[in-house]
Write a protein that binds this ligand. Structure first.
Ligand code: 3PG
Length: 205
């Protein structure tokens, strides 16, 4: 099994984390791990993101990666900060080759057959289906999976605790991603832990 597949199979849900708000990132990561979600994606959308990756990586059991990685420079900075995997909203040749060169598990975003074929050309076969709901939702993923039998996905974008089970019941889906697990104005770690526990209890196909 590839390293990215192992990460995708660790938990049914990957929290998509925006590094902002008043809570301490290490404490947030501890709450997620206590709740049963070990794989954490910190998006490079705020100036604190790399610091949060460094802080969260100190938490035992946490597997911390970087999301919203758009180019090779960001990828290398994320790896230097301790990212154990890289997620991107889309796939370019330059970014794909930077990930291969860095030998870091990589989950690029795809939303079309052409995107998937570009990934296959680079030897990639595990993808984020993004933005999942607005790219046609589950019917689109089912249709896209037809010609690409062995490809597996982490749908992300518009998925909630309520809709996640329908996605996770699909054979090509190994996990889903979502930002519902951490909100900007969260102040209570117990609430985050409880959200994580509910997500961790979801069944995969
Ligand atoms: C992402 O970057 O993966 C998405 O913004 C997460 O989508 P969501 O906020 O709809 O969960």
């Amino acid at each position: 099994m590839s390293r990215i597949e192992t990460i995708m199979r660790t938990s049914p849900v990957i929290p998509v984390i925006v590094a902002e708000g008043s809570l301490n990132p290490q404490a947030i990561a501890e709450a997620f791990v206590r709740g049963g979600l070990r794989v954490l994606e910190v998006t490079l959308r705020t100036p604190q993101a790399l610091d949060w990756i460094r802080a969260m990586s100190k938490v035992e059991g946490a597997i911390v990666g970087a999301g919203t990685v758009l180019n090779g420079n960001q990828l290398r900075a994320a790896v230097d900060a301790g990212s154990q995997f890289i997620v991107s909203p889309g796939l370019t040749d330059k970014l794909g080759h930077a990930a291969i060169e860095a030998a870091v598990p990589f989950l690029p975003g795809v939303a079309s057959a052409a995107d998937i074929m570009r990934g296959l050309d680079m030897g990639l076969d595990r993808f984020k289906f993004f933005p999942a709901e607005t790219s046609g939702g589950r019917p689109a993923l089912k249709a896209l999976s037809g010609p690409f039998g062995d490809i597996r996905f982490c749908p992300t974008g518009g998925i909630t605790l309520d809709s996640a089970p329908d996605w996770l019941a699909m054979e090509p889906v190994l996990c889903v991603g979502g930002s519902w697990l951490l909100k900007k104005d969260d102040t209570d770690l117990a609430v985050i832990e409880e959200r994580a526990r509910a997500a961790a209890a979801l069944q995969t196909s």
